[in-house]
Write a protein that binds this ligand. Structure first.
Ligand SMILES: Nc1nc2c(ncn2[C@@H]2O[C@H](COP(=O)(O)OP(=O)(O)OP(=O)(O)O)[C@@H](O)[C@H]2O)c(=O)[nH]1
Ligand SMILES: [Mg+2]
Length: 314
């Protein structure tokens, strides 16, 4: 399978390719496709993360609609860590997105992929990055929805170029995370359900307060805090503008390349650890890891190289 074939084959071909990747992501064919996709990056990737029920899917639907109206093609990866317990949640997400964009069914400019976490949250990264990289080569925008508290170590939203952390009005949890400095990765914080009025406004004020206490380590990007409502449409334009601003910011001075290199290095190590455990990593001690990790090869190729070294008879 090549990217050209995927473009010609439309959504059906993409869906089949993603299934193949999940089934056998290490085959020569899969690796060739992923390498090609890695080199053909097109999309701005936006991660939407936050606690359960905060309004992530509704917000994704609103963004999808706005982007489609703008003529942008969109790929969505919805990650459901609890799908084992509630098989219906995924469908709920999908239905909501479909409903909010009436033409979705036959809309070749919108593709929605739901991914379920397997046993561990960790296994998720292993599957999500290949899907993201493939979709990134095909669409103008890629959205990743995940439940998370904004911890880069465990949150696949961390693979996005721009991370949006959602906070629920009236919930103390998110504020606690922020005060503890756990929320380290978002570029934009949105307070959802702004149509609820005063509660949302107070939540926004709390967030701004909490963030001013948190570490100021936002590099050269001043964090934005915005009230939004998927229901009324409040703040969606402002959010779109903030996303675009961050996209342009990242495009400057090699920032995007640096960020993606960091992410992919993290992914290679994480995927390797998932497969071979801590002991596998230990066995690589003494190998020229740095050269492999920071080479220009795709992370998939690098993972293959590390695996080969580990499995080489000695
Ligand atoms: N008032 C109001 N309610 C909203 C808004 N957005 C979402 N909701 C409601 O909040 C609930 C959760 O919304 P979802 O979009 O499913 O939230 P989620 O974060 O994707 O939830 P999970 O994927 O289950 O973690 C639903 O009952 C929505 O109707 C909004 O802008 N205003
Ligand atoms: Mg959801």
């Amino acid at each position: 399978m090549t990217l050209a074939a995927l473009r010609d084959g439309g959504k059906r071909a993409l869906a089949a390719a993603l299934v193949d990747l999940e089934r056998d992501g290490d085959s020569a064919g899969a690796l060739a496709l992923l390498d090609e996709a890695w080199r053909t990056s097109k999309a701005h990737v936006v991660g939407i993360t936050g606690p359960p029920g905060v309004g992530k899917s509704s917000l994704c639907a609103a963004l999808v609609q706005a982007w489609r109206q703008d003529g942008k093609s969109v790929g969505v990866i919805a990650v459901d860590p609890s799908s084992k317990a509630s098989g219906g949640a995924l469908l709920g997400d999908r239905v909501r997105i479909v409903q909010d964009a009436p033409q979705t069914g036959g809309d070749d400019g919108l593709f929605v992929r739901s991914m379920a976490a397997r046993e561990r949250l960790g296994g998720l990264a292993d599957q999500t990055l290949p899907a993201m990289v493939l979709m990134r080569a095909l669409f103008d925008r890629v959205l990743i929805e995940t439940v998370g508290v904004g911890q880069s170590e465990t949150d696949v939203a961390g693979f996005a170029d721009t991370v949006v952390f959602c906070v629920q009005p009236g919930s103390g949890d998110s504020l606690q995370f922020m005060k503890a400095g756990i929320v380290e990765i978002p570029h934009v914080v949105v307070v959802t359900k702004a149509d609820l009025g005063g509660v949302a406004e107070r939540a926004r004020a709390d967030v701004v307060g909490a963030l001013s206490l948190a570490s100021a380590d936002q590099h050269d990007w001043p964090l934005r805090t915005l009230p939004v409502s998927a229901r009324s449409g409040i703040g969606i334009k402002a959010l779109m503008a903030a996303l675009e601003e961050h996209r342009v910011h990242m495009a400057g001075q090699g920032r995007l390349g640096d960020a993606r290199r960091r992410q992919s290095k993290r992914w290679v190590l994480e995927a390797f650890r998932e497969r071979f455990g801590q002991r596998g990593l230990q066995r690589l001690q003494g190998v020229a890891m740095d050269g492999i990790l920071s080479s220009d090869a795709s992370p998939f190729e690098r993972l293959r190289q590390l695996t080969e070294i580990l499995e080489r008879p000695r």
